[in-house]
Design a binder for this molecule. Structure first.
Ligand code: OSB
Ligand code: MG
Length: 376
């Protein structure tokens, strides 16, 4: 296979509800959609879901665009490949910049699935017809606002999600967890700190103090590279620790296991630089008996459908952050958009991505584009 045309679209969409984490608040998102076309006219789509600012990872929209334009577009144009892994070998020299690499890697997988006439989930080794979706809830101005958000999302009108994850930060932790647990005693729930806690005794005491609330896990309490503090906390609490930002390569999971720095892994395609790495992470966790689930980056429909396809792999036993398009966007970039019913999202059975990209809507919301052909 050979990609002969690549188009990039920097798309800006408003969020239906502002989202606040331990680091900042967002009302709009800007992601880069990657469209690749092969000699036979088959198409693949990927999404560079980098946040605009370097608060989750070092990547930003602008650094991703730079690496895409300068290194990834030239690496993919005109290069012969058979499997997506061969194709991605074209940019093996590029270090870091996982979000940009992930967007191109996804596009090759989707192109391969489309050209072979198989659904992306099938090409990845997925076995499920539907996946259990969880919902991620930001920090709200008040506890009452948070309780209303949980009620709305877990109710039948809001997707009926069966698991909620609450964003926490120092000062917004025990109180919201106690309130949600009190109002929703049987709800599967976990918390995500995005590395906001200093690794000191006061933090350890607060995080250990969450034990009575029956959380499935505490996601990334400490800084990404601080595996040692995660290990110390895990040794002193029965609540499983889950690593997100700490796991960028499969080797990071090996370090986690060697140090006992956590008991659960959040696999994200974007954070790990693509589907090849995400599948390898899934396989390692299954082999090691580590529970694993698929996280998200508020993706538009392209990245969202890629996450749905990945979540169809048999080792993803915990709910994925693959809520419906409508949780985040009034109008998504794919038709049909991703929907959740009774907390479940169907895995598409049509060839390729599983939905059409609404190119007119993409173009209308693009703030920048790039179009390169092979040899032109
Ligand atoms: O830590 O999982 C995270 C969104 C942006 C940055 C980091 C994270 C998140 C989410 C989103 O929690 C989950 C989703 O995409 O639904
Ligand atoms: Mg997280």
């Amino acid at each position: 296979m050979r990609v002969v045309r690549v188009r990039l679209y920097l798309v800006r969409l408003p969020l239906v509800h502002g989202f606040e984490t331990s680091s900042h608040r967002k009302d709009h998102l800007e992601h880069v959609l990657v469209q690749v076309t092969d000699e036979g006219g088959a198409e693949g789509w990927g999404e560079i879901a980098s946040p605009s600012d370097p608060y989750y990872a070092a990547d930003t929209t602008e650094t991703s665009w730079h690496v895409a334009e300068r290194y990834l577009v030239p690496a993919v144009l005109g290069r012969e490949w058979t499997t997506p892994a061969d194709g991605a070998a074209g940019w093996a020299r590029v270090r870091g910049h996982e979000f940009a690499r992930a967007g191109f890697d996804m596009a090759l997988w989707v192109l391969a699935a489309a050209a072979d006439g198989v659904p992306l989930a099938g090409l990845l080794g997925g076995t499920r017809a539907e996946v259990v979706a969880g919902v991620s809830l930001g920090i709200e101005p008040t506890i009452d606002d948070l309780l209303a958000a949980v009620a709305a999302q877990t109710g039948t009108g809001g997707g009926g999600y069966r698991r909620v994850k609450l964003k926490i930060a120092p000062g917004w932790d025990v109180e919201p967890v106690r309130a949600v647990r009190g109002a929703f005693p049987g709800l599967e729930m976990h918390v995500d700190a995005n590395g906001a806690y200093p690794a000191d005794e006061a933090s350890f005491a607060v995080l250990r103090g969450l034990e009575p609330y029956g959380l499935t896990m505490i996601e990334q309490p400490f800084a990404p590279r601080d595996l040692v503090s995660h290990a110390a906390l895990q040794a002193s609490t029965d609540t499983p620790i889950c690593l997100d930002e700490s796991v960028v390569t499969v080797d990071d999971i090996r370090i986690m296991l060697a140090l006992r720095a956590g008991r659960v892994v959040n696999v994200k395609v974007s954070r790990m630089g693509g589907l090849g790495a995400a599948v390898a992470a899934h396989d390692l966790c299954v082999a090691e008996g580590v529970p694993v689930w698929c996280g998200g980056m508020h993706e538009f429909g392209v990245g969202r459908l890629v996450n749905v396809a990945l979540s169809a792999l048999p080792g993803f036993m915990l709910p994925s952050d693959v809520s419906a398009s409508a949780k985040y966007y009034a109008r998504d970039v794919v038709v049909p958009e991703v929907v959740a019913r009774d907390g479940l999202v169907a895995v598409p059975t049509v060839a390729g991505l599983g939905a059409d990209v609404d190119v007119a809507w993409v173009a209308e919301n693009s703030v920048r584009t790039l179009d390169r052909g092979w040899g032109t």
